[in-house]
Design a protein around this ligand. Sequence first.
Ligand SMILES: Cc1cc2nc3c(=O)[nH]c(=O)nc-3n(C[C@H](O)[C@H](O)[C@H](O)COP(=O)(O)OP(=O)(O)OC[C@H]3O[C@@H](n4cnc5c(N)ncnc54)[C@H](O)[C@@H]3O)c2cc1C
Length: 519
Amino acid sequence: MSKIIVIGSGLSAIASIKTLVEKGYKPLVLDFGEKLSKDKELLKNKISKEKKSEWKREEVEKIIQNPTLNNEFPRKLYMGSDFFYFNKNKHLELLMKNPTSSYPPAASLAKNGLSTSWGSAVLPMAECDQQIFPYKSEDIKEYYKKALEKIDYVASHDDMIKKFDLIKDPNHAHNNLTDIEDILRKLGNNKSFNKKFISGHSRLLTNFSETNGCINCGHCMSGCFNDHIYKPEKDLQNFIDNKKIDYLPGVFVDSFKESKIGIEVNCINNKNNFSKFICDKLIVATGALNTTVLYAKSYNLYENKFKLLSKNGTIVPMLSFKLLKDNWPNRHTLPLIFFTLFDQNKTNMYTQISKSNELIIKKLKGKWNKHSILSQFFSNNFLVAHSNLCSDNSDHYSLKINDKNSLQKNIVEITRVENDKKKTIEKLLHNNFKKIFNSINIYPLNFLRKETDSQHNGGSLPMVRKITSLNQVDENGNSNFSKNIYYVDSSVMPKLPATPIGLPIMANAIRIVDKIKPF
Ligand SMILES: Cc1cc2nc3c(=O)[nH]c(=O)nc-3n(C[C@H](O)[C@H](O)[C@H](O)COP(=O)(O)OP(=O)(O)OC[C@H]3O[C@@H](n4cnc5c(N)ncnc54)[C@H](O)[C@@H]3O)c2cc1C
């Protein structure tokens, strides 16, 4: 019998697993862990072994195809497949109640979860965003360091440091692109607004090593053929190979229950067989939505409504007459500049600025390895700003988990609830953003602004100093139902900062697991 079980293999799970292994435990990891289809995986491996010049058009096109390209909200698909977005299976179904918002919040049953295709943009949380958390910034500092240990980190010693700790010396630097350096220098010299924003180079968990890193193939939005964008897969495999963990994929955890014999974890495998595992401590790292469902089912909270926080976003093209000739596809398509607008209480808007990515290029009739005239023109003259608001200023989802229906399936009813203040706040922030960029001769075309979604969700079981409701957990990630079950993913974040949540999730998971007393 394994004494400690972790559910999941995403960012929060791997952070927990690493900490447990370091502390000398051998956890059992239960994971639904769906994988890329065999043919796509073979193709991905083949392409990754070839030189770029040897790539075949049909093969690359096959693997990067993106049928969501013309949707309202194009999804960033992993190798042409959206297998990592969970929508329904035979155990659970997500059902959007508002007809206009067809996309449910991002949830995953994939091996490595949503990190399978994340952008790897990272920042620690700013001090002003930390206030509502039941622990102080100093208490989490060492865990940020731990989270970044042995992970390739691209960042620079620049203005961002004023608000966002660099955490560790970067392993790699960005290529100095003269146009981007010029923009950053002008932003840095901007005296009229410099108390309202911070800008700097992007920070990414990506391998930019010149010898064995990014090959600048221009296809980051499909996932990385070579896995240079960090995902937990290699760490997980190392732990499996070195017998530091037991990993059991293909199991759907249905619920858990604490009794005299310990915590009973009830699972269903691919063949519909039920099984039960018993442990002393359980770490739940199944991603905010799945964790909320598990929690509701385990404690029969079918009448409860859970508030799942989200972050609204926008994409705006920005005209610049001074850009250099774009050399796509011989560059990466990840963000180049981070920009945050803040006030005393919070970072209000976080923006990633990039050159056009392959999805935009494809929309403008570009080919897999070549610009069209239109996409070349666009890429030479426009940058793209992808902004997110914080959860305080954004819409949220209301979740209600229905008891199993006649098909033995739980339905999650999801209603998107609009934030009345959002439009006014957004307008104000975008106007400030525009003024700042206009002052350095870059022109955000707000009339072309497209609304998006951040795909950052959380806060359904918020950490609070003193628990007053069934939906809350304490600073150790425990609810009042059990002090042996720890919730470690973004479900416990009391708010979502406008900045990326991946690194804060990892650091918090390490913090929670590190504090578990020996047993
Ligand atoms: C396209 C995209 C881009 C993003 N880019 C960024 C970015 O640049 N920076 C950033 O900080 N964040 C980004 N995010 C958000 C970030 O990826 C997620 O917040 C983060 O990966 C969530 O990690 P997690 O461990 O909480 O959960 P998940 O990634 O959802 O992992 C859940 C794990 O639990 C397993 N699981 C779930 N339910 C069950 C069950 N019932 N039984 C068994 N196993 C189960 C799954 O198989 C999976 O292994 C992005 C998200 C998306 C979708």
